[in-house]
Ligand binder design. Structure first.
Ligand SMILES: Cc1cc2nc3c(=O)[nH]c(=O)nc-3n(C[C@H](O)[C@H](O)[C@H](O)COP(=O)(O)OP(=O)(O)OC[C@H]3O[C@@H](n4cnc5c(N)ncnc54)[C@H](O)[C@@H]3O)c2cc1C
Ligand code: FES
Length: 344
């Protein structure tokens, strides 16, 4: 039996490696052609220092304080040349993937279906050529090449890792490059290429009440997280508020309902910004975020949607003086650049 380690690089790229019991993470990475930063390989220089975000491990006592102080170890910093893991782990590597001689991981799939579920939303499902090779953390995204061009667009998985089919929830932007290609109804079996996974917006271990806030197709990574939670289970309250502009933008409600049936501590609400809507909850997600949900800041928040929505929630929390224990967000910025972040 071996453990799965997600190595998250500074440039947002993630690479998964297997690590055997008793094997040092640095050695496991090298065996799998990932050259993590290192020098002495002996717990002396500190060059291999990384941060363990998630998982359990042992550092032993064969390293010196100059390489890793007790305070650093307490904070979750690790020396990969000393680290032996006892569970799956997520490790943040403080250098870009290119510094570890890693070429971008390219994956291929074939279109299974393209469904126009509303005027504003398209669900693209791909049959993944090699699902085993496509490891990702729930919440992460890939860069999909628009067929027939050299352009790519970023999309978050709405399905869980390990599935044979990967789905994406895509906003239909009239005239947009990917939107236009999808609207042309590509035939099932059409090949697509994508690179990743990418991003630090992913589900961490749930240790406290958790709020999920989704704007429009920002629901995609949240669905992936919920799929995993439905499998792993949690006793902590999880509350989703899914906000859209118009009634027709609300999609995947049956799927959320089915997930709610599998996660007893999960509650959810939808809201529609359009004041002409007949929806019982009108306005923005912030208008439906109660003090009970915010739990005086003793909560983790995952927020995803268009940049103005993400900013509005950040300002709302700041004005309210609420600082969640952990605040993870992803902005679905237009293709010039990505913006992912975390606070707390
Ligand atoms: C990390 C990350 C993850 C993402 N995940 C998703 C996802 O899961 N689902 C999803 O639908 N989108 C997601 N996006 C946005 C996505 O990558 C594309 O930008 C978007 O789908 C537009 O692509 P397009 O080719 O159809 O339009 P483009 O050809 O890129 O754009 C056409 C025109 O529309 C404008 N435009 C582009 N996007 C927007 C927007 N959001 N709002 C207003 N105007 C816009 C452009 O500036 C341009 O003028 C993500 C973005 C990032 C950075
Ligand atoms: S490589 Fe020198 S301490 Fe790990």
């Amino acid at each position: 039996m071996s453990y799965r380690i997600a190595l998250n690089f500074e440039d947002g790229a993630t690479r998964f490696i297997d690590c055997n019991p008793g094997e040092k993470v640095l050695d496991a990475a090298f065996r799998q052609k990932v050259n993590l930063p290192m020098d002495c390989s002996d717990g002396v220089c500190g060059t291999c220092k990384c941060r363990c975000e998630q998982g359990t491990y042992d550092l032993g006592d064969d390293y010196i304080d100059e390489a890793l102080t007790a305070d650093e170890a307490e904070e979750g910093l690790v020396l990969t040349c000393q680290m032996e893991v006892s569970s799956d782990c997520v490790i943040e590597v403080p250098v870009p993937s290119s510094a570890c001689k890693l070429a971008p991981a390219v994956h291929r799939g074939k279109v299974s279906s393209v469904r126009m579920v509303s005027d504003s939303t398209i669900i693209l499902t791909l049959q993944v050529d090699d699902p085993q090779a496509l490891a990702f953390l729930p919440g992460q995204y890939v860069n999909l090449t628009v067929p027939g061009t050299d352009q790519h667009r970023s999309y978050s998985f709405s399905t869980k890792p390990g599935a044979k089919e990967a789905s994406f929830l895509i906003r239909n932007i009239p005239g947009g490059l990917m939107s236009t290609w999808l609207a042309s109804a590509p035939a099932p079996g059409t090949g697509m290429t994508f690179v990743g996974p990418q991003g630090s917006f992913f589900l961490r271990t749930i240790n406290r009440p958790t709020i999920l806030l989704a704007g429009g197709t920002g629901l995609a990574p949240i669905l992936s997280m919920l799929e995993v939670l439905a499998d792993t289970g949690t006793d902590q309250p999880i509350h989703l508020i899914y906000g859209v502009t118009k009634d027709a933008d609300l999609v995947e409600l049956d799927r959320i309902e089915a997930l709610a049936a599998r996660i007893p501590s999960f509650t959810w609400a939808t809201c529609v910004a359009d004041q002409a809507s007949a929806h019982p909850l009108k306005g923005y997600v912030t208008e439906h975020l109660s003090d009970a949900h915010l739990n005086a800041g003793e909560c983790d928040v995952y927020l995803c949607g268009p940049p103005p929505m993400v900013e509005a929630v950040r300002v709302f929390l700041k004005d309210k003086g609420v600082e969640p224990r952990h605040f993870h967000y992803e902005k679905f910025a237009p293709s010039e650049g990505t913006a992912t972040g975390a606070a707390g």
